[in-house]
Design a protein around this ligand. Structure first.
Ligand code: NAI
Length: 286
């Protein structure tokens, strides 16, 4: 029987979430995605109008099917968390059931269970500011959207994740090495995400026999990365300094996610897996 995956953080065909969806679809999984509410309309209409058809092509020539797109805002666990200005915001009022708990309930009602949970989302409103200039509000917002969002997703999806299932998030080396420019508390958020990966691996492993891993990915020119403003520099830096001097493709991260989600990785949990052409292993640039 085929597996079912829920991938949170897909809103176009440029990011890691899309590439992971494709790799899982190519391996035979059924694909459900969670799309940030403000990006939902444009993503769904682009899908419908065939704007992504070229990037939907799988290795066997068929097109990736997304069985269902769920609106999601991963900074809200349930309706009690949602402030009035968001509730009445035009983009949000047009959709419903987009808090994490409600999305998990909808997936349960629609499909019963999943096997694979992917968290491919991050947000740091002050990412362009150095840590010393980051406000408390900006720092906490980065942690909420980029780290706690994963705890919340896992918490609400674990009860509907089949034993033997697998959960994957995306992290970045700025958690453990200094990457000037990755500010606003985003480096802190990734450090939290990586530490939580270990504790959550223990808790989800013991309680539900679900594995929890994170992929530390190299630089990719996604929409989120372009907003940070230094992505071209990071790609050039990697090309120049990494052991493998080639551009990193999103597909390579997608393939790793498919491996981690498969029985081939049945003893891997609590791990940070580097998919970065080896850049993390360098001590100095040469
Ligand atoms: P992306 O723009 O494709 O994905 C980020 C997604 O997060 C977007 O679809 C956005 O709509 C969604 N999002 C933001 N706030 C949200 C919220 N509150 N609720 C639900 N969705 C929300 O960009 P990318 O770069 O593929 O990011 C995916 C993951 O990969 C992130 O965790 C990112 O930190 C990580 N990553 C990216 C690297 C890069 O160079 N692009 C390098 C290493 C890690």
């Amino acid at each position: 029987k085929g597996k079912r995956a829920f991938i949170a953080g897909v809103a176009d065909d440029n990011g890691y979430g899309w590439a992971i969806a494709k790799a899982l679809a190519a391996a035979g999984a059924e694909i459900l995605v969670g799309t940030w509410v403000p990006a939902l309309n444009i993503f769904e209409s682009s899908l419908r109008r065939g704007k992504f058809d070229e990037s939907r092509v799988l290795p066997d020539g068929s097109l990736m099917e997304i069985t269902k797109v769920y609106p999601l805002d991963a900074v809200f666990d349930n309706l009690e968390d949602v402030p009035e200005d968001i509730k009445t915001n035009k983009r949000y009022a047009g959709s419903k059931n987009w808090t994490v708990q409600e999305v998990a309930e909808s997936v349960k009602n629609d499909f019963g269970s999943i096997d694979i949970l992917v968290h491919s989302l991050a947000n740091g409103p002050e990412v362009t500011k150095p840590l010393l200039e980051t406000s408390r509000k900006g720092y906490l917002a980065a942690i909420s959207a980029s780290s706690y969002s994963y705890i919340s997703l896992l918490k609400y999806f674990l009860p509907i994740t089949n034993p033997g299932g697998s959960s994957i998030s995306l992290t970045y080396i700025a958690s453990e090495r200094i990457i000037p420019g990755y500010g606003g508390g985003m480096s802190s958020a990734k450090a939290a995400l990586e530490s939580d990966t270990q504790v959550l691996a223990f808790e989800a492993g013991r309680k539900h026999r679900v594995r929890v891993n994170t992929i530390s990915a190299g630089p990719l020119r996604s929409r989120a990365a372009k907003a940070i403003g230094f992505i071209d520099m990071m790609i050039d830096y990697s090309l120049e300094n990494a052991p493998l001097q080639k551009e990193l493709s999103a597909e390579e991260v997608g393939n790793t996610a498919a491996f981690l989600a498969s029985p081939l990785a049945s003893a891997i949990t609590g791990a940070v897996i580097y998919v970065d052409n080896g850049l993390h292993a360098m001590g100095v640039g040469v």
